[in-house]
Write a protein of this length. Structure first.
Length: 239
């Protein structure tokens, strides 16, 4: 089923457009980073928690007992209960032969390649629990990772610092754009914006194309207003 134009709703309220390569159904909401458990027809499975009488349920993917505090999804085809994170990580049901199971690539190259160069599992640097090597979020402590490679506490601190820096850059970019709309301060804002954005070009690129456009728009507006101000001053002096 083509999913290029399919839009789904996440529990956080965000409307997410499925990417073209979502056939594996291993997908996360870009807004809240929550794993989205998708069916073969690209429907989001409802997330629940274990009921009082469901103790002892084992996830067929990770083969560990499901705790009462963990989020689960139920396969609509075989009724097997899974960790939501596990379903999302492999892109489907963990029961062999189930219609909701992810498609298996039988090529020799795929068969010979492990999930990552580090094996099938890794240790969460924050809580110490064992999780799948391809996981980008720990299902035990909800810590997000920007890479599937194993990380240390120092790596997480660097990641958090980098995220904070980008967040501040986004906020400053929007502030400069808003102030640049005020024409009377255009020459000053233009110089400030140029001095601020030029050395941060690479960081601005990591913020996304929207913030690059906002930064360029603020500089363009400042330049236009500056030209108009200079033209007005020259015209007044010529009178």
């Amino acid at each position: 089923m083509p999913t290029a134009d399919r839009i789904i709703a996440c529990e956080c309220g965000a409307h997410v457009r499925l990417p073209k390569n979502s056939a594996s159904r291993a997908f996360r909401c870009p807004a809240c980073k929550t794993a989205l458990a998708l069916t073969v027809d690209a429907k989001v499975l409802s997330t629940q928690q274990l009921q009082a009488g469901d103790a002892g349920v084992t996830c067929p993917i990770c083969q560990t007992a499901i705790a009462a505090t963990e989020f689960i999804v139920t396969c609509p085809q075989c009724d097997q209960v899974h960790h939501r994170e596990c379903w999302s990580e492999i892109g489907g049901c963990g029961t062999y032969g189930c219609e909701q199971a992810p498609a298996i690539d039988k090529s020799e190259a795929t068969a010979a390649a492990p999930l990552t160069a580090w094996g099938d599992t890794k240790q969460c640097p924050m809580c110490g629990e064992t999780i799948k090597s391809i996981a980008l979020r720990c299902r035990f402590c909800d810590t997000d990772f920007d890479t599937a490679d194993p990380l240390t506490i120092k790596d997480l601190h660097r990641q958090a610092t980098r995220d904070d820096t980008l967040k501040k850059l986004r906020q400053t970019t929007v502030t400069i754009f808003v102030v640049s709309i005020i024409g009377c301060v255009a020459p000053i804002i233009g110089l400030i914006g140029l001095a601020y954005f030029w050395p941060k070009r690479e960081q601005l690129a990591r913020c996304g194309p929207l913030y690059q456009v906002i930064a360029m728009a603020s500089l363009t507006l400042s330049a236009i207003y500056s030209v108009l101000i200079v033209g007005f001053v020259v015209y007044e002096m010529a009178q």
